[in-house]
Design a protein around this ligand. Sequence first.
Ligand code: FE2
Ligand code: FE2
Length: 166
Amino acid sequence: MSTDAIVLLKNDHKEILKTFKDFEKAGESATATKGKLVDKMIELLTVHTYIENEVMYPRVRELLPDLEDDVLESYEEHHVADVLVIELAAMKPDAERFDAKTTVLIENVRHHIEEEEQEWFPQVREGLGRKVLQDLGAEMLEAKKKAPRRPSQPSALKKTIDAVIA
Ligand SMILES: [Fe+2]
Ligand SMILES: [Fe+2]
């Protein structure tokens, strides 16, 4: 089975974008459905952010120093999403700002995913090559096993707080 890092990350993106579409289709009154979809989004985003932040970004930064600015921008974009995810995780789906906050999260993450897929991944693929991408993917699959599933888990929360203070 291929463990190409970019293929794995794109599969995650697909799953994340699907929950966004479903949320948008759910309709004004579908509070329970939207609550469940946001729970799913939170889980997918927490795991995905973890493997990118722990494996992909630091390794690319180390191996392809020319892409450092992109990596730093990605950390910031993830950080904005983390803040929204933490707030949403603490919010009831019938809260006044639940839909609005989810919409802003969706807008931010869509933009970030687009940048990764269209601009960043092609440069990473060219710079790292097949073998390194396979190894990175294998490392990410390992990291996935111990990834937090909710932002309230200490390892996820601490990262966000550190980033605010830093
Ligand atoms: Fe990312
Ligand atoms: Fe990503």
